[in-house]
Ligand binder design. Structure first.
Ligand code: ADP
Ligand code: MG
Length: 394
């Protein structure tokens, strides 16, 4: 594809700017509550240190709305990173400016600086040229390792790359491109896609692009309600996108014409609302008027698990139910277990909530690849060119 990887770049003694994804969740006291994203960037940072690069890290955190807001300082991230690396990490006072320039220029080979939250400036998301040039002035070499923002054309992901001649991707990004890329290439069959989550509109692009590639599509979550209603089902108070019924019908028709098997739920766990303490199993096509389908039922979970057990390639995006709530988590857990048990298959999970569900299940290490990018992984699989990757092609 013409994109270099960090291992192919000459970084020894040079200022290596790495766009990382340190957009971690914080506790109300401002401590890092989950350091997964920091840990995931360690291999790239350690490689850079070992090779003697002068390492300049940059990330956004939260939504400070283009203003300096101490609630979103990267301070706690810098401390956690320093602990994990066992080395000093100097945080600059601002993303760009005199302070930042001095910190960067004072770096020796193998030392690490972190620019303050990029979104403290509105120029980051607006992809402004002056800001892009300022960031580029800290870089002899540019590496993007932040897959989660690769679908956004911001100053740190796209704008600045024009002004740095040597560039490429980090180890984390390399893994993302490798495994998500596999799903778009020749795969071992059967290839089963499991799609769930909240909205048809979020996922229809992926469904469409995967239609020509997969053998079977399993649809769960609130998404499934819209498909079931499109087939004449009664959905009670379930979440249904009434304006997407035609889209769902068109998808089912295309799938039938292409001989692709689409499995929809046969039963559901329904309750009055997500706060209900328990649900009851109902037919998916006949949800009682006063109830909402909040999870796939046990028969559906078994059927889906059987299909997953036969698969050689698996892609999963979107939970099967309101998994955040214990009475409606069983369907998602059953799918996580089935995917984890398919040890002979290539399995890829993408999507913020699906990934959270997999981590919650404790089965993450049984899955071939867990994508760090929600929106980015979907856009990649929709066949779109991600701006952050396109900017690195040569
Ligand atoms: P991902 O982040 O993995 O792409 P989505 O954001 O599309 O997934 O969807 C996740 C959300 O969908 C969760 O908050 C979950 O509670 C919700 N959801 C799943 N099934 C249902 C359902 N049957 N009814 C209402 N909400 C649902
Ligand atoms: Mg989500």
């Amino acid at each position: 594809m013409g994109i270099k990887t960090i291992s192919e770049l000459d970084i020894a003694g040079r200022r290596l700017f790495i766009r990382v994804d340190f957009n971690v969740p914080l506790t109300p006291e401002g401590k890092v509550s989950d350091d997964t994203r920091i840990r995931e960037s360690l291999p790239t940072i350690k490689l850079a240190i070992e090779k003697g690069a002068r390492v300049v890290l940059a990330s956004h955190l939260g939504r400070p709305k283009g203003k300096v807001d101490k609630k979103y300082t990267l301070e706690p991230v810098a401390s956690r990173l320093a602990e994990l690396l066992g080395a000093d990490v100097t945080l600059t006072d601002e993303p760009v400016g005199d302070g930042a320039r001095k910190v960067v220029n004072d770096l020796h080979g193998g030392q690490v600086a972190l620019l303050e939250n990029l979104r403290f400036s509105p120029a980051e998301e607006a992809n402004e040229e002056a800001f892009s040039r300022a960031l580029a002035s800290y870089a002899d070499v540019y590496v993007n390792d932040a897959f989660g923002t690769a679908h956004r054309a911001h100053a740190s992901t796209v704008g600045m790359t024009k002004f740095v001649s040597e560039k490429g991707i980090g180890l984390l990004m390399e893994r993302e491109v490798k495994f998500l890329g596999k799903l778009l290439g020749d795969v071992e069959r059967p290839f089963v896609a499991i799609i769930g989550g909240a909205k048809v509109s979020d996922k229809i692009g992926v469904l469409d692009n995967l239609l020509g590639r997969v053998d079977q599509v399993l649809i769960g979550g609130a998404m499934a309600n819209t498909f079931l209603k499109a087939k004449g089902g009664k959905l009670g108070r379930s979440l249904v996108e009434d304006d997407k019924l035609a889209l769902a019908r068109a998808f089912l028709k295309k799938a039938a014409e292409a001989n692709i098997d689409v499995l929809l739920p046969r039963d559901a766990v329904a309750a009055a609302g997500t706060k209900s303490e328990s649900g009851r199993v109902v037919q998916a096509m006949a949800v009682p008027e006063d109830l909402a389908a909040l999870d796939i039922g046990p028969e559906t979970a078994r059927g889906f698990a059987d299909a997953i057990a036969r698969a050689k390639t698996i892609f999963w995006n979107g939970p099967m139910g309101v998994f955040e709530s214990e009475p409606f988590a069983a369907g998602t857990l059953a799918i996580a277990q089935a995917v984890a048990a398919a040890t002979g298959a290539l399995s890829v999970v993408g999507g913020g909530d699906s990934v959270a569900a997999v981590h919650k299940s404790g089965l993450a290490d049984k899955i071939t690849h867990i994508s760090t990018g929600g929106g980015a992984s979907l856009e990649f699989l929709e066949g779109k060119k991600l701006p952050g990757l396109a900017a690195l092609e040569s």
